[in-house]
Structures are given as C-alpha cells and as structure tokens.
Design a protein around this ligand. Sequence first.
Ligand code: NAD
Ligand code: MG
Length: 385
Amino acid sequence: MRRRVAILGATGSIGTSTVDVLQRLGGREAFEVTAVTGARNVALLAEQAVALGARVAVTADPARYDELRARLSGSGVEAACGTEAVVAAGASADWVMAGIVGAAGLAPTVAAARNGATVALANKECLVAAGSFFLGAIEEGGATLIPVDSEHSAIFQALDREAAPERVILTASGGPFRDWPLEKMRAVTVEQAVAHPNWSMGAKISIDSASMFNKAAEMIEARWLFDLRPEQVEVIVHPQSIVHSMVGYADGAIMAQLGPPDMRQAIGYALSWPGRAALPVARLDFAALARLDFEAPDETRFPALRLAREALRAGGSAGCALNAAKEVALEAFMAGRIGFLDMAGVVETAMESLSSHSAAASLEDVYALDAEARRVAEARCAAST
Ligand code: NAD
Ligand code: MG
C-alpha cells in the first residue's frame, strides 16, 4: 500500500525540498499524495500537483482559485481554495509535512495532529505560540510528532531512547552579522539581512536568523519537543552550520548530528523514521572542512536570545506574545518602518503587556492572544516611526 502523504506549504522552501525528496524516494509510485497546498504561486503548485499525481491542490488565497483551476484543467487533479480547504488537506493523510510559514500553519497542523497523522513539523510557530495546546492535540489524536527544523531533527536523531538528556545545545550560524559591531547593526538593510551565509531559506526565516529571533523561537520549540527545563536549553554559535545540534547526558557524553546544510536530510529522516533512506545530500569531507568553530552568543547584540530565555522562564502566553510580536516587528522592518535592532524592543513590549495571560487552551485562545500581541506590537511600531 502506498503511503498517504500531504504537503502543507508545498511551494515554499521546505515544501519544494519535500517534493524533491518524495520524487527521489519513488514519487507517485511510492506515495499517494492526497494534497499539496500553497498560497500565491499557483503556477508552481499546479506543476507540483501534476508531477506527484496529487488528489487535490489547494491555494489558501481564494483570489487565485480560477487560475489554479485553469492550470489543472484536464489533469485529473482537483482544485480547491480557502482556509477550510487547507485545514481539510491537513487532515487528509497519514504523513503530513507542516511547511506553512507563520501562525497560518497552526490550524491545518492541528487538524493533522487530531487525525492521528505522523506530523513532520517544520512550522515552529505551532510550538512557539501554542506549545502545550499543540502537544495536547498531538496526544488526543494519537499522532506522532517528528521535528524537521534542522536543530531539532539533529537532537531527535541524537536522543538516547534509554536516557533522558541533561542538556541540549542548539547551534546557531550567527547569521550575516555575527561579528558586526552594534553601531553597524543599527543600519542593517533588508537586503543584508536576507542573505544567509549557509542556508538557502524563505526571506522571513532568513531575517529571523540574522536577528537570532529564529534561534529564540527554536529554544522555545526545543523546550516543548523534548520536555526540557529552561536551563537545559543552550545555544552556541557555530559559523559553519555543520554540527546541527547536540545532546549532552549525565555521564558527560555529547552526541552530535552533523551534515551539510541541506534540509532534505531532516525532511528525508522525518519521512523514513524510524529507518533511514538513501538521500541525495552531499557527504562530509572532514579533511576538506579542516576545522569547526564555536563561540558564545552575544546577548547584547542579539537580545532575541535573552527574550527567549525570559519566555522560557515565564511560560504561559509568553511564547505566543514573542512569536506574534516578532512577526509584526519583522513586517515593519521589511517595510522600512523600524530599524533592525528595534525589533527586540517591539517584542519585549508585547511580552510585558501579555504577561498576566495564561497559556492558550484552544485555537480560539491562541488567535485571541496572537491578535492582542499583534495589536500591542503594531502600536509600538507606530510609536517609533
Ligand atoms: P516559505 O516562505 O518559503 O514558504 C511558506 C509556504 O507557506 C509557502 O508554500 C506559502 O505558499 C505558504 N503560505 C504562506 N502564507 C500562507 C497562508 N496564509 N496560508 C496558507 N499557506 C501559506 O517558508 P519556508 O522557509 O519554507 O518555512 C516554512 C516553515 O518552516 C516556517 O515555519 C519556517 O520557520 C520553518 N523552517 C524552515 C526552514 C528552511 O530551511 N526554509 C528550516 C527550518 C524551519
Ligand atoms: Mg532551524
């Protein structure tokens, strides 16, 4: 029997890598693709749907429905549109890639969880904004959660099934501004922030890497995925992005997962777990690498890390506030309304403002907290322009 798979966010960076892995591991002969979803790029979405023989292609954007339908006409692939259709796509398969960016990924990924699927989780916002609620949905549905974020996949691959970790050490490339002085960082442009030294990713996550808000989110993501206390989550800067993360045990041993910076390893692992399939990623040549460097992160130039630690300690709605306010701050930075270093102040204001709220217990709660944090963050952005 072919495995039933769905790809949420198929047209994005994670999504196109997932399509590539599925094609290399047998394509439509090996997998029954129940759904692929996208938003604006319906030309690519239609092409992917036809290549994989998907049952349905869904655009989240109703304004693109006619174009999608026209492109799929005669192909045998059904076209659909809108939020509900994306959620239905989440509930349509046994293995679901959660590759939508941002809070929009929450509802369809929760649908996959409630349907008892194996959820390959790239969308970190599910855990950052709604950790306890999302894990509750996974448990209720009897679903299996496999991390795809490279650091968390590394930790998952390095975990000992018999012994609990003492610490996890997330590696961070340090991004394009790793060694820039504070003064120079104030004047950073969007173009400079988008250019990641090692990984090729979507624009937003690239800027989040440059500000280290991505690592901040990943600290919270790790806390939920691996049931850790705040002090068990560490970050180390590792400019080469070869060691994807590490797990330390009570006997002093450290297990690390290494590889070239290529998301197809983590995606292929999530698809093959608990086994391993042959994947087309480059093989490491240690003699050519010659060295791997590590340095302590600087929380003055990268205040996102300090905010993440505060969110870990505070619990409750802090992750939701951090995530939502960060998205608002990021949009404001991309629009040229606030400076690169102003993003942290916007996030801190929202975290303080929401500090008395408890954690979300339903999707509606998540949306309400998210909206409140966005409102506060928006007001703060407006005040600084
Ligand atoms: P991307 O911007 O390249 O792609 C996002 C996908 O989501 C696209 O298919 C887009 O059509 C879809 N989408 C956007 N808005 C939507 C909406 N409102 N409703 C439905 N669909 C929508 O992003 P990406 O880099 O592939 O990242 C996807 C997720 O994976 C993010 O949460 C990111 O943090 C995480 N992630 C990405 C990488 C990476 O290497 N790119 C690594 C680790 C984690
Ligand atoms: Mg990552």
